[in-house]
Design a protein around this ligand. Structure first.
Ligand SMILES: [Zn+2]
Length: 310
């Protein structure tokens, strides 16, 4: 879902520091491939070619470590976002279960479409392609954040860009470096990316590694992938233990973001854990999801799980 398969990632430098920053990323990625780790290939946007199987031992270790560090980061967080909530109800279709009740702290607010790609609540997954398929956000801008990419990939829709600027600045103030590694991805780019996978690995393998054209959340401008400036563990599950990922897991909701593909919920989201892929949904929604312990948009909006294409 995230990695676009271009030559830019993950070997591209995460920092402007130059060639010195390139090597660690390449080495780290090479080590993963050499180790035969399937973890990299599990993410829908990683370029790994390994067999898509999860190591339970690695999973448990990763989860435990992340949980410990998250608690620390969360305690140090300084909420600064507008706490106006927006609750899901009216836009959920009649065929779905009733939307969850707003929390006691929630107040009435604007509601948004779950299908309009210009809506912060749009849900794009393997059951829900973008409509229209060739959608292009009308307000793409380049956020004033530390970039580890260029071209269209450095763009976000204007709301997401503004929220990202606040979040990256807050992270920097806490001593955590976050870079924008991959943002907007056009329909045509997704076609090229997906076709590369099909040609190299066949369609079945391609579908586990790259979103089909018209099914990538990156095309909405509401999503982006982060790095940490070092390239270390970029686009691998191990990135969850890096300070950038730990910080966003604990604090992203304060700025309206969720980690869109949480750990072990691939049967709901259709994608394995991607600690680097963030999605803007609004401060109220992200805050309510965090408070209620709901980590997927499918569950929050009462939508059916989308483990694979229909
Ligand atoms: Zn992504």
């Amino acid at each position: 879902m995230c990695y676009d398969g271009s030559a830019e990632h993950p070997s591209a430098p995460e920092t402007a520091a130059g060639a010195a920053a390139v090597s660690p990323g390449r080495r780290a990625f090479s080590r993963l491939l050499l180790a035969g780790s399937g973890l990299a290939a599990l993410s829908a946007c990683s370029p790994g070619e390994a067999t898509p199987t999860v190591s339970a031992q690695a999973s448990a270790s990763l989860s435990a470590t992340t949980a410990g560090t998250t608690a620390t980061a969360s305690a140090a967080a300084t909420p600064s976002a507008d706490p106006v909530p927006d609750t899901p109800e009216a836009t959920v279709t009649a065929t779905t279960p009733p939307a969850p009740e707003p929390s006691a702290a929630a107040a009435p607010a604007a509601r948004h479409s779950l299908t309009d790609p210009a809506s912060p609540w749009v849900v794009v997954n393997k059951h829900r392609p973008l409509s229209p398929a060739g959608y292009v956000p009308a307000d793409l801008v380049q956020p004033r954040v530390r970039l580890a990419t260029s071209g269209e990939s450095a763009l976000l829709n204007s709301t997401t860009a503004g929220a990202a600027e606040k979040m990256f600045a807050a992270a920097a103030a806490a001593g955590v470096v976050i870079t924008l590694a991959s943002g907007y991805r056009s329909f045509n780019t997704q076609i090229a990316t997906y076709n590369r996978w099909v040609n190299a690995e066949g369609q079945a393998a391609a579908d586990t590694a790259s979103a089909r054209p018209g099914y990538s959340e990156h095309q909405t401008g509401w999503s982006f992938d982060i790095g940490d400036g070092s390239g270390r563990d970029s686009f691998t599950p191990a990135f969850a233990n890096q300070p950038a990922a730990v910080w966003v897991k604990a604090n992203a909701h304060l700025f309206g973001f969720v980690v869109r593909y949480p750990w072990m919920l691939h049967e709901v989201t259709g994608y394995y854990y991607e600690p680097w892929h963030l999605r803007y949904v609004g401060v109220g929604t992200a805050g309510e999801m965090n408070a209620r312990g709901i980590t997927t948009l499918e569950e929050y909006f009462g939508l059916e799980p989308a483990p694979g294409y229909l």
